[in-house]
Design a protein around this ligand. Sequence first.
Ligand code: ADP
Ligand code: DP6
Ligand code: CO
Length: 346
Amino acid sequence: MRTDHQAEPAVGAPGRAATAVAHPNIALIKYWGKRDERLMIPYVDSLSMTLDVLPTTTTVRLDPTARTDSVTLDGSPAEGEVRRRVTDFLELLRERSGCFEPAVVDTRNSVPTGAGLASSASGFAALAMAGAAAYGLDLDRTGLSRLARRGSASASRSLFDGFAICHAGRGAGATADIGSYAEPVPAPDFDPALVVALVDEGAKAVSSRAAMRRTVETSPLYRAWAASSRADLAEMRTALLRGDLDAVGEIAERNALGMHATMLAARPAVRYLSPATVAVLDSVLRLRSDGVPAYATMDAGPNVKVLCHRADAARVAEAVRGAAPGCSVVTARRGPGARLQTGAGW
Ligand code: ADP
Ligand code: DP6
Ligand code: CO
């Protein structure tokens, strides 16, 4: 650890401060349920598409003069659970690096936070990358993916561009930790659009974490969905290799609806889907019956993402807007993995 910190520039010095940008990813095969909550080990493998829109930018700066960590999200001090998840993650970085200085974290989401649009994925991928650099951890992308998983399991996938699989891993303890990380999935000729319908940008009442815990503990449908998800994943990989939008879309849609079925059967039920969600789902069915290939997926929130050919994206966006008046629509493509922002000193 350096002791001459005061002689250093506040931002941009390698090993003391870093800024990273990460994009959200949307799972086509969902992760839902943890078999180890401390190590954040999923029950099932998942497969996602990283987006080229709605990034998170996070700066981590070590501050040896501070007594505690300081965390701001979108310019306001983070409190409660949001702050705790970040400071727990910083604690992990300190244990790993042997550098015990507090940090100043400034993170900005362009994706709505906690709305089922994967803010925890872009948020913890950016924090893992910036935090590892600031604390001087020398990790390759697999190591960064494992690290990001400890913040939010979906974040492991935002380290990679395009399509990525997160392995649930096997065994327990260190074996499980080593085996659970994301890596790219080949999809050489597949470059679809994902039309994101923002029907409600408000934060969910029940976090993904709490909802999946309740589902695993109480839903009689959970195990059946987990088993079918394994089969879905194998089919999805070959569909991606073929660049077959209809197959990818059909598998993704049934996998997502099945996940929501597990939540609806939890006790008490978790229901993220709203009337506007259902209206958008109906518009997707109408598009298909009109001959436009379009397939929906939803995460832990009411917002809908519609997979389609890029050439059909404008028509799909129009149909979605008509179904849920007032909703905003963002059209995404496959986007980049998390990266350190280059700038002075980098
Ligand atoms: P989402 O659907 O947005 O991923 P989750 O319930 O999975 O919703 O996670 C939302 C939580 O993720 C927030 O309450 C906060 O704790 C954390 N989070 C979101 N964005 C960030 C960020 N940029 N930096 C750190 N933590 C974040
Ligand atoms: C429905 O990764 O947000 O979006 O690991 O507790 O942070 P934590 O949960 P999170 O769960 C994501 C659930 C999902 C499906 C997915 O992204 O695979
Ligand atoms: Co999340």
